[in-house]
Design a protein around this ligand. Sequence first.
Ligand code: THU
Length: 136
Amino acid sequence: MAKTSTDQALFEAAEAIRAKAYAPYSRFHVGAAILADDGKIYAGCNIENAAYPQGNCAEASAISAMVAGGGKRITRIYVTGPGAAPVTPCGGCRQRIREFADLDVEIISHGVDGTPLVTTLAQLLPHSFGPEFLPK
Ligand code: THU
């Protein structure tokens, strides 16, 4: 199916920032692009570290860009990576997305040589814990 213009813009933003990924250890370059509630696109790439656990995923970087830029909520998120298999967010990033997205928000996971996989956050993170569970 042809991409919508929004998905094309998200794909292009994710691919542009994926080219800047700092991933000398895995060599697995990932880009993420968020459409936020302010109508803007915020993008991020993975940034690895010689102390491996200190690396950042692309989704975490994109969320940082969104918060720094004034966006409050994720309305759609696109993830791109190498190969044909859809690059789906890791478990930790599913929870990071959960903080800023409704459960019906769509996550498009795209291995650039393959077909994108469209899922909702609820599908990727069932029975999840979120901010509304905590007392105000
Ligand atoms: N990675 C991401 O940035 N996002 C994903 O959705 C999957 C994995 C990164 C983490 C690490 O830098 C590299 O890809 C290999 O796992």
